[in-house]
Design a protein around this ligand. Structure first.
Ligand code: NAG
Ligand code: NAG
Ligand code: NAG
Ligand code: NAG
Ligand code: NAG
Length: 544
């Protein structure tokens, strides 16, 4: 027989199919244990896992939360240990569904939250159920604390960007080998810390993903740390005259709604554009002989503290550190206001990643703290912050970036994300219509930090899928919108969000088509406000 190029290819293909275990999915999956070779990578296990299997993680770091997840597809589950330096490694999982070849042959990467090394298991399960071969990884360390960063700069580097990049390369190689045909398109999706990871990819490695979804991105990570701790200095400990209890913060929130809820024309506990709300907190001052106990009012010291928290943060040299907490943030004041202690995330990050001193404590005065933050903003030793406005490489790659940010996020204001968008517009000298070609930002009114909120917050985004919510077709989820943008050129004009009845886990109440920046959802003045048809996307005022 004369061998031509075609028969040669065919023979090689037959050989590799045999090597991978023939056409039997289960056998091919087990065979990965021996045949998957990639530099610095060891296969820890590989096994067929049918839909409905309760996958448990008995050794999961306790701070990572729920240590089990139910498989939502018949799949091959591959667990890998990848060495990233002589002192660091990443543990990753690749979930490869049986119906991949008939589901678009797509690859997806999930993100991590905060500084965590916790796989977002519900995200992993979700895109696997949609037929994507999906990767989750521990970002180079276990648990939610920064403690593993002490004396281990390579572990910080993994957290900053390297774990995601390496897990991407290894995950794609495993997918291509297992299915014996190359994947067609790759997608990234993550929220919070995972949003930061997504922007990092968009800025530094845009060639890796055809579509990147970055939700509530903690992009300017050092500014997040700075502002979170700054708020603690303003309120002080519970013994301080500037301290507010949870009930008092709830009253502050109620006051914000009383003053601002109707700005958008509809009284629904949701501010369509919180940046238009400039509440006057002196309204809450106690009169003579009035107290919180008698009149639910605040002292002048408390009102001053509230004012400071709803104002932008500046350093000692006048440098802008962070925008104000946005009004209407639904009492999710996050980790720094209501628990009576400074943000643990912030203190631990400074202690272990920046000061590299396990005994380091926050300085006693705000002035000293602001000096430390100034230093931090001058140096970003590992490139943790994803704040590069220049997206020219992404634009040139033809790949797409979709960013969303809950407009009632109490941890990190969506104004940060709008500022990043506008700095890209200036840096690249592009109008919003031109940015629309590859970069769309959706502020989502009534969405808190990744999930929950008073508004129409559910759209199948990262962190929204492990909550027992049903009744929304997964084909309507954000990642499938991204697929249609990348693969069919159908760019998303809006994100359809659903209000959820948490008791039933089903959509109930408002459905809203959230507009892309700089358009604002505007009530038409008549019609049922719960129905998306009663609203339109219009050019609103630029944020101040
Ligand atoms: C595939 O292989 C597994 C394990 O070797 C075996 O149990 C199963 O019956 C095989 N399936 C088919 C369809 O041959
Ligand atoms: C899965 O297993 C864990 C650990 O045994 C258990 O706590 C959990 O309830 C199980 N989940 C389901 C849905 O069975
Ligand atoms: C992964 O490999 C590293 C060496 O790079 C080793 O120290 C670690 O124990 C391994 N982890 C697991 C879970 O196998
Ligand atoms: C755009 O951003 C890049 C990277 O941060 C910077 O080097 C460059 O000077 C900026 N250009 C403009 C015009 O702002
Ligand atoms: C989602 O879309 C795919 C492809 O069009 C279709 O096969 C599948 O049935 C849809 N799923 C649902 C739940 O509608």
């Amino acid at each position: 027989m004369k061998l031509n190029a075609f028969t040669l290819t065919a023979i090689v293909a037959i050989q590799s199919v045999t090597a991978t275990g023939g056409n039997n999915f289960t056998r091919r999956c087990s065979r990965l244990l021996e045949i998957f070779k990639f530099s610095d990578t060891r296969v820890l296990s590989s096994g067929y896992t049918p839909k409905g299997t309760n996958i448990t993680y008995p050794n999961l770091h306790p701070t990572c939360g729920q240590n089990w997840i139910v498989a939502e597809a018949n799949m091959c589950r591959l667990i890998l240990n990848v060495t990233t330096s002589s002192t660091s490694n990443v543990i990753m999982e690749v979930w490869m569904p049986e119906n991949w070849k008939t589901s678009g042959q797509r690859f997806a990467m999930t993100g991590n939250g905060g500084v965590s090394g916790c796989i977002t298991l519900s995200d992993l399960a979700f895109t696997t159920s949609l037929g994507f071969a999906t990767v989750g990884h521990n970002n180079g360390h276990d648990g939610t604390s920064s403690a593993p960063f002490l004396d281990r700069s390579e572990v910080i580097k993994d957290f900053a960007w390297r774990a995601t990049l390496i897990a991407t390369k290894v995950g794609k190689a495993a997918t291509n080998l297992f299915y014996q045909v190359p994947l067609t398109k790759s997608y990234y999706w993550g929220c919070s810390g995972g949003g930061r990871q997504g922007l990092k990819i968009a800025q530094d490695f845009p060639e890796e993903y055809d579509g990147i979804i970055a939700g509530n991105p903690a992009a300017d990570f050092h500014r997040l740390v700075a502002s979170g701790l700054y708020y603690g200095y303003q309120t002080g400990p519970p013994s301080s005259p500037t301290w507010l209890s949870l009930e008092q913060w709830q009253a502050v929130d109620a006051e914000v709604l009383a003053q601002c809820d109707t700005i958008d024309g509809v009284e629904d506990k949701v501010l369509e554009d919180p940046l238009k709300c400039k509440p006057r907190f002196e309204n809450m001052l106690c009169g003579q002989l009035e107290t919180w106990g008698t009149h639910q009012c605040l002292t002048p010291s408390q009102v001053s503290a509230v004012e400071k928290i709803y104002s932008p943060v500046y350093g000692n040299k006048g440098r802008f550190f962070a925008p104000a907490v946005q009004p209407g943030n639904d009492q999710t004041f996050g980790f720094y206001l209501i628990y009576g202690a400074p943000s643990e995330l912030g203190v631990e990050y400074l202690r272990y990643a920046i000061k590299n001193d396990a005994t380091w404590e926050l300085p006693p005065t705000l002035d000293e703290f602001l000096d430390i933050m100034d230093e931090l903003l001058d140096h970003d030793p590992y490139g943790t912050s994803a704040n590069n406005p220049n997206l020219t490489p992404l634009k040139n790659s033809g790949h797409k970036l979709l960013v969303y940010h809950g407009a009632s996020d109490g941890y990190y204001s969506h104004e940060n994300t709008i500022k990043l968008y506008e700095s890209t517009a200036r840096n690249m000298t592009l109008k919003a219509k031109q940015l629309d070609d590859f970069y769309r930002l959706f502020p989502v009114a009534g969405l808190n930090h990744c999930n929950g909120g008073n508004g129409a917050w559910y759209f199948g985004g990262s962190g929204q899928n492990g909550l027992g919510i049903s009744g929304v077709n997964p084909n309507d989820s954000l990642i499938m919108k991204m697929v249609r943008w990348v693969e069919n050129g159908e760019a998303p004009d809006t994100i359809r969000g659903y209000q959820i009845n948490l008791a039933t886990g089903k959509p109930a109440g408002a459905t809203r088509e959230h507009c892309r920046h700089p358009l604002k959802n505007t009530y038409k003045g008549s019609g049922d406000p719960l129905s998306p048809g009663s609203w339109e996307c219009k050019l609103g005022t630029k944020y101040p």
